[in-house]
Every structure is written in structure tokens, then in C-alpha cells.
Design a protein around this ligand. Structure first.
Ligand code: B12
Ligand code: SF4
Length: 505
């Protein structure tokens, strides 16, 4: 028996299908039994659940022999560390595996932790299958691509990279392994929103991006017929009415976007996806119309900066003119654009921030419905060429214990990284701007602020927005605090909160 664990990564009400562990489990042969333990369920106590499985099967013909964790940077890591450490002390005979984005990007600190035995980097399905052969004594672990482990002398073996395959070569998500209804929740898109990933990877080369660090510059698309078949089943059998696509890059060309739209149209779903502005700026009116009719309600675009110079330095391959164009086209076709920005050019942060804030005002004027997502630039290991001269940053932690400290959590989430080029004053400038913008134009995702707070905020922010006065919006901050159903706590889903009483020590 193998247990796949999805440690807590989000608030229970925001939990989604645990696709990472579902995908790896789906690839196992029929005779291998497996279950999912999801720490994101309401009231979940994953340690207790894992121990109960181990106890129940102890001495049986099929004991729990592997517990495999999926670990993303951020709160999921913070929850995974104490959970794994405690599991090792309670069940020293169980093999412990880590896979997912964190160990793929930072294998060394994971292998330095005595409570993790195996690290799977990149796509997990085939590597994990071969690891089972290793544990059966049928294969040398040094021969398994994608696998890393500690040698007997304590040194680290980092396996060569595995060539990965596209969605069509992998099994369908095993929805029978979860209670699908538990994962469909109301969102901006609909009453019963689900998630799906139709492609893997991305062919672009943005020098700040963790996706290409893990997968290289390559994208494989699933066939639109397969996507429509899976989504159609979820809609018919479970009443799913909308979907967030997890694809890193939904549209590779206009033809592919049209083909996808034609396959999705009959399903009547509303959907959200991520797409590039350069590709979209080449779409004809007819393509935009089709996408809107097929249910595209919101499109997330990595705009990143309001400076063409900085976009070039990032290796983004897009221009501010294309961003403005997509703002206008989405407005014309009733699709909400969500523009994400990465603030803090290491070489000239002040100029970049001022240019980008001015650009966002311009974008809002073109499309008042646009949504703003903001991050601070945090260097991520790159295969070649990092954005900016980031030597001043020094090295990242060498132990998992250090990675779980609040300052490194703030680093991983890109919310408040301690980097030498961004001082408190510059961060505050971005945050103040964002507060005025989100008060003047409340986000469609904002279910926290009570209606009176939105109305008052809108009125109070109007003058500031028109005048371009964003400094020190203390009165707006007070309104927001008073009018919130729950406090602003971006890390409430996991920040150093013990998920199990046993881990609170
Ligand atoms: C879903 C998701 C989330 C959800 C998680 C919901 C949940 N699971 O309950 C939420 C919204 C909470 C989230 C938050 C964040 N996320 Co996130 N997230 C994703 C997203 C969109 C999809 C992941 C997914 O399920 N993919 C589908 C599965 C099938 O693919 P997969 O996860 O890659 O899994 C494969 C391999 O990684 C591997 N694998 C994974 N787990 C395991 C386990 C084992 C045992 C094995 C053997 C293999 C294995 O095998 C799998 C199958 O091939 C990815 C982007 C993407 N498309 O991958 C970003 C992504 C992983 N997130 C990312 C980040 C940075 C974050 C945040 C830290 C910050 C942020 N601002 O977004 C936060 C905080 C994380 C946290 N709370 O811990 C980055 C990570 C890269 C990086 N630079 O560090 C990504 C790549 C987005 C991006 N483009 O930057 N995220
Ligand atoms: S387009 Fe998006 S996913 Fe692709 S490399 Fe750039 S930031 Fe990463």
C-alpha cells in the first residue's frame, strides 16, 4: 500500500482536486494499492490519518510501505516538514518520498533532511514506477532518471533529468479516488468550480520563472477532445459548471485556441486560464468571439512590467503595446483580463516601480474591469540566465528547517522577499497603490469586504485615483480593516500553523 499525501496548501474552502498526487497514483499498475491523504480537507489531521492507515495494515499482506508527499514552495512546504519529520520518528520503516515543485527546484536541502529517503524531480509518473522497482530490489537507483537520494556516505546523488511526456500519453485523472463533490466550490466563475490541467510545460524563456526551471522550455498539449471528454464527464456526473485551467500557457497559437474553443463550447462551462499577451494580440475578432462564446470568462496574463526595457531584461518576449492591446480586446469581448506584475527590477527598482504603476493606471483607463495581481521579484534557480544581477542575494537555505522560517516563506510566496534592492519604502509604495486601486475598483474575487466597506472605499479612493495620489492611504486601510468579514491574513492557510496536535510541539 502506498499513501500519497497532499499537505495543507490552502484554506479548506479553497481546496481543489489534488491533481499532483492523483496523477502519480493513476500511473500505478492495478495490483498496487494506493490512497490519498489530503491535508486540505476541513478538519484534516494528515498525521493521524497516515498513522491510522499504517496501524490498520500492520502485519497484513499489504502494509503501508511508502508514504509519498507532494510539496510546493510556500505554506505547503511549511506544513510538509513537521509532518514528514514526525512520520519518520513514528514509523522508521516506511520509505518516504518527496516530489513536486519544491524538491524539483531545491533537491539539496531535501536530501539533507534525514527524514526524506527519495526525491522525484520533474514529472513524477514514470520515475515513481521505477522507484518501486528499486524498492523491490529489481533496479539500481542510479539508473533511474529523475530520482535523487543520499548515498551511503551521505553525499547526494542527483539523477539525470527525465524526458517527460505529454498528457495524451498519461492516464486520465482518477476521479474515483476522491470525493469529487467535496472539491467543487463556488468561485467568481460559478457555483461548482473545478480545476483541470490540459497541457504540461511552457516553451517561453522568462528569466524569473520556476516552470521552465523544472520542465525546460517545452510544452506538450493534451488533445482538445480528451480535455472536453474529461470536463464533460465532470459536468454531467457532478454538475461542475466552471473550471480553472492550471495550464501554464493555454494558447500556443490562434489555430489551437480556436480548436480548443470549438471543443469547449458545447459544454457550457465558464473558464479561467493563463495565456500570453503576444499570442493573444494576434487573435482576430472572430477568435475572441469564439473564446467568449466557449465560456472564457477571465484570462490571466503575465504582464510583469510597464517598462519595455525591463520586459526585455526578463526575457519575456512581449511588449507593453501588446498588453494594452489585450486590455482593449478583452474589454470589447466581455472577458476580464487579470494582469500579473513582478515588481522590483534588481538594477533600478524605483524607476521600474514608478513606470509600472503609471502603466497600470493606463491599463485601468483602457479596461476598468482589469484585475491586478502583484508579486515582488524573487530569484528562482534558472537553467540559464537569471533576471538581473542577483549575486547580492547570497545563497538560499541549505536545510528544510531554515526554509520554513517566516522570512523564507515570504520569499517563496513572492509576497515580501528580503532582497537587497527592495527597501521598505518601495514595497510600501506598491502596497499603497494596490490598496487605492482595489478600493476604487473592488475585485470580483473580493468576498471578504462587506458591501458597505466597498461602497465607502470606492468613494474615498475616487479622488486619490484621479489625482494619482497613492501615498499613505491610512483612512482606506482603516475602512478595509473594519469592513472585512475575516482579517487580511494571506498566510492563514498554512503559515507555521501546526496541522496536527502532535506536531504542535
Ligand atoms: C494548484 C496550484 C496551487 C494551489 C494548490 C492547491 C492544492 N493542491 O491544494 C494553490 C492556489 C494553493 C497554490 C499556491 C501557490 N503556488 Co502554486 N500552483 C498550482 C498550479 C497552478 C498547479 C499544480 C498542479 O496541480 N498541477 C497539476 C499536476 C498534475 O502537476 P504537478 O503539480 O506539476 O505534479 C507533477 C510533478 O510535479 C510531480 N509531482 C508532484 N507532486 C509529486 C509527489 C510525488 C510523490 C511524486 C513522485 C511526484 C510529484 O509529478 C506530478 C505529475 O507529473 C501550479 C502551476 C502548474 N501548472 O503546475 C502552481 C505552482 C506550482 N505554484 C507556484 C507557486 C510559486 C505558488 C505559491 C508559493 C505562490 C503563488 N503566489 O502562487 C503559492 C503558495 C503555495 C502553498 N500554499 O503552499 C509555482 C511554483 C514554482 C516556483 N517558482 O516556485 C507554480 C509552478 C506556478 C508558477 N507558474 O509560478 N498553487
Ligand atoms: S510564459 Fe509564463 S510559464 Fe512560460 S516561461 Fe514565461 S512566466 Fe513561465
Amino acid at each position: 500500500m502506498i499513501l500519497f499525501v497532499n499537505p495543507r496548501a490552502t484554506r479548506p474552502k479553497n481546496r481543489r482536486f489534488p491533481l499532483s498526487v492523483m496523477s502519480v497514483g493513476a500511473a500505478l499498475p492495478d495490483h498496487v494499492s494506493w490512497e490519498i491523504v489530503d491535508g486540505n480537507k476541513p478538519g484534516a489531521d494528515p498525521l493521524a490519518e497516515i498513522l491510522a492507515h499504517v496501524e490498520r495494515r500492520r502485519g497484513s499482506a499489504d502494509p503501508v510501505r511508502i508514504v509519498a508527499f507532494s510539496v510546493m514552495p510556500g505554506p505547503q512546504l511549511v506544513n510538509a516538514v513537521p509532518l514528514t519529520r514526525e512520520l519518520r520518528s513514528r514509523c522508521p520503516d516506511v520509505q518516504i518520498v518527496w516530489g513536486g515543485n519544491f524538491p524539483s527546484l531545491y533537491p539539496a536541502p531535501v536530501l539533507s533532511a534525514p527524514y526524506v529517503d527519495w526525491v522525484v524531480r520533474g514529472q513524477g509518473e514514470h520515475t515513481f514506477l521505477e522507484l518501486l522497482d528499486v524498492l523491490d530490489g529489481a533496479r539500481d537507483p542510479h539508473d533511474v532518471a529523475g530520482l535523487s537520494f543520499r548515498e551511503r556516505d551521505g553525499s547526494h546523488h542527483i539523477g539525470v533529468e527525465r524526458r517527460w511526456v505529454g498528457p495524451d500519453e498519461l492516464p486520465a485523472p482518477p476521479y474515483h479516488k476522491i470525493d469529487v463533490a467535496e472539491y467543487l466550490h463556488p468561485t467568481f466563475l460559478g457555483r461548482r468550480s473545478g480545476v483541470y490541467q490540459a497541457s504540461i510545460g511552457c516553451p517561453h524563456g522568462c528569466k524569473f520563472c520556476g516552470v521552465i526551471s523544472v520542465y525546460g522550455r517545452k510544452e506538450r498539449l493534451g488533445s482538445p477532445a480528451r480535455t472536453a471528454e474529461h470536463l464533460g464527464w465532470l459536468a454531467r456526473e457532478h454538475g461542475m459548471d466552471s473550471v480553472h485551467f492550471y495550464d501554464n500557457n493555454m494558447f500556443v497559437s490562434e489555430d489551437q485556441a480556436r480548436d480548443l474553443a470549438d471543443h469547449l463550447m458545447p459544454l457550457g462551462l465558464r473558464w479561467w486560464c493563463e495565456a500570453r499577451v503576444d499570442v493573444q494580440s494576434r487573435f482576430s475578432d472572430d477568435t475572441w468571439r469564439r473564446l467568449a462564446r466557449a465560456g472564457l470568462a477571465m484570462v490571466f496574463c503575465g504582464a510583469e512590467s510597464g517598462s519595455d526595457d525591463v520586459l526585455r531584461k526578463m526575457g519575456k518576449g512581449t511588449t507593453t503595446a501588446q498588453i494594452l492591446d489585450v486590455a482593449a480586446r478583452t474589454r470589447d469581448f466581455g472577458i476580464i483580463p487579470e494582469f500579473s506584475f513582478v515588481f522590483g527590477d534588481p538594477q533600478d527598482p524605483e524607476r521600474e516601480i514608478d513606470t509600472t504603476l503609471a502603466f497600470i493606471r493606463q491599463l485601468k483607463a483602457v479596461n476598468p474591469d482589469m484585475e491586478l495581481i502583484s508579486y515582488f521579484y524573487t530569484p528562482t534557480p534558472q537553467r540559464r540566465g537569471t533576471y538581473g544581477d542577483v549575486d547580492a542575494v547570497g545563497s538560499t537555505p541549505t536545510t528544510l528547517e531554515e526554509w520554513t522560517q517566516p522570512e523564507w516563506l515570504a520569499w517563496m510566496t513572492h509576497e515580501d522577499p528580503q532582497v537587497p534592492w527592495l527597501d521598505h519604502r518601495l514595497r510600501a509604495r506598491v502596497r499603497d497603490f494596490e490598496l487605492v486601486l482595489k478600493s476604487r475598483f473592488p475585485s470580483v474575487h473580493d468576498h471578504r469586504t462587506l458591501p458597505w466597506g466597498k461602497a465607502v472605499g470606492r468613494l474615498m479612493a475616487r479622488r486619490r485615483w484621479t489625482r494619482g495620489d497613492f501615498a499613505g492611504p491610512e483612512a482606506l486601510r482603516t475602512v478595509r480593516r473594519l469592513a472585512q468579514r475575516e482579517p487580511d491574513d494571506s498566510q492563514a492557510y498554512g503559515h507555521l500553523r501546526a496541522p496536527s496536535p502532535a506536531l504542535a510541539r
